[in-house]
Design a protein around this ligand. Structure first.
Ligand code: PSV
Ligand code: MN
Ligand code: MN
Length: 427
């Protein structure tokens, strides 16, 4: 289905008077503080967050999957779903594919379809954490770090194939997340596992086109419960540094042990020019699939405070990271969940744009901890939703994305088109 543009306009019209009042109030207040509102709106509108092809269906649990109706059955339907999101919020203009869950049989046709929805292809993701039907060797005991060279070669070749698929789509990065590790003390030689992973990644790196990046994602545990080869940002950074200038670390919010200071990791990686990508989600315990901003919005803001500092600092050597949501769950409509995540990201980003950096630096230099906290919390506690809505509306999107989604009966139409019992590929 395609979103009816007239319906969107009519829906916006109903909310317009309320929105205007809220926007005018916020804009006037921030203008008095010295902020340039048109510039702010342009920045908010420009931020695009990629949607992973595996988050369009229900997922995010290892125990049972309760499929929702109208889930996309094919890559074409996945592209259509992301197109729908982008038409509603004008902020999800990219899609990230996971191979072989989503093999583009005809890359040119898929690319043209994406273009018709105003979408581009973000990083492509390899999968060496599952065996595929007919696969000659198993990844049960690892892939790029496997003790056996032939197993490692299979995984290397798969990653090179993923790059080739990505080239056909216009992607510019390969994301590597490995589940390699061990479940019991003594099972694996840590040093050999690291060295083998590095050698395998070196082979993949050699196959990267000149204008591509490889993003190395880390995760402390799961599915392995004793050790993970790329367990933390230090390991990821070490690999990226040894590989070369096209290799970067990727931070996934959910891939940290409880209470880790993720904003400090972001600051350090950006300082080194090595933060290549970011996966957004939220978590309360050791999970990595809850809606962005649903549990710890202040942490998200503090992370964005470092991201904005890293992006806006004229002396920064870090390229703009690839932004992606990496979350999917059973209990919500996946498209509503994604609309909520994008909104939470935009809110945190906008709040971070409000931080008065000169004053913050002055407070820091004077060791004025109370003033520094006031500056940050003043930005965090500003209701920036009217600014985000204004940016969305000016880009042709909805003032109230979830309201429009529900009012348009999107899910009912998708169920009618695709059926009630459809299952989308993914975890
Ligand atoms: C597994 O933890 C994971 O969620 C990683 O975050 C990857 O980015 C994603 O799966 C897709 O492979
Ligand atoms: Mn991830
Ligand atoms: Mn994850």
């Amino acid at each position: 289905m395609k979103l009816d543009a007239q319906h969107l306009q009519a829906h916006n019209q109903q909310a317009l008077a309320d929105h205007r009042a809220a926007f005018d109030y916020t804009a006037a207040r921030l203008t008095r503080q010295g902020l340039d509102i048109p510039q702010l709106i342009d920045k908010i509108a420009a931020l695009q967050i990629a949607i992973p092809s595996w988050a369009l269906g229900t997922g995010g649990t290892r125990f049972a999957r309760f499929s929702g109706g109208g889930e996309p059955r094919t890559l074409e339907e996945k592209v259509a779903d992301v197109g729908l999101l982008h038409a509603i919020n004008r902020s999800s203009g990219a899609i990230s594919l996971h191979i072989p869950w989503d093999i583009p049989e005809d890359a040119a046709a898929i690319r043209a379809l994406a273009q018709s929805h105003d979408l581009v292809f973000d990083a492509v993701n390899s999968n060496t954490f599952q065996d595929q039907p007919g696969q000659p060797l198993s990844y049960k005991f690892g892939s790029l770090s496997h003790s056996d060279k032939a197993h490692r070669q299979l995984a290397v070749q798969h990653n090179i194939e993923v790059i080739r698929h990505g080239e056909g789509l216009g992607s510019k990065a390969l994301t590597v997340w490995l589940s390699d590790g061990s479940c019991f003390p003594g099972q694996q030689n840590f040093r050999k596992a690291f060295q083998r992973t590095l050698e395998s990644l070196q082979e993949i790196y050699t196959a990267l086109p000149a204008d591509w990046k490889v993003l190395i994602e880390y995760k402390p545990y799961e599915p392995n419960f004793y050790s993970t080869v790329i367990q933390d940002w230090g390991t990821s950074h070490l690999l990226a540094s040894k590989l070369g200038k096209k290799a970067y670390s990727l931070v996934d919010l959910g891939h940290h042990l409880p209470n880790t200071n993720i904003e400090q990791i972001v600051a350090t990686l950006m300082m080194e020019g090595k933060l290549g990508g970011f996966h957004f989600n939220d978590s309360k315990y050791g999970d990595d699939d809850l809606t962005v901003g649903s549990i710890r919005p202040y942490q998200l803001f503090l992370i964005f405070n470092e991201l904005v500092y890293g992006m806006e600092d004229p002396a920064s050597i870090n390229p703009t990271p690839a932004w992606m949501i990496d979350a999917s769950h059973n209990v919500k409509d996946p498209l509503e969940d994604l609309l909520q995540s994008v909104e939470a990201i935009k809110i945190a980003y906008t709040q971070a744009l409000l931080v008065n950096r000169e004053e913050l630096e002055a407070a820091r230099e004077n060791n004025d901890a109370a003033r520094a906290q006031e500056i940050l919390q003043d930005a965090f506690r500003t209701d920036v939703r009217p600014l985000v809505a204004e940016a969305r509306q000016r880009s042709g999107g909805a003032l109230n994305p979830i309201g429009l989604f529900r009012h348009s009966n999107v899910r009912r139409q998708l169920v009618q088109e695709r059926g009630l019992k459809t299952i989308s590929t993914g975890l």
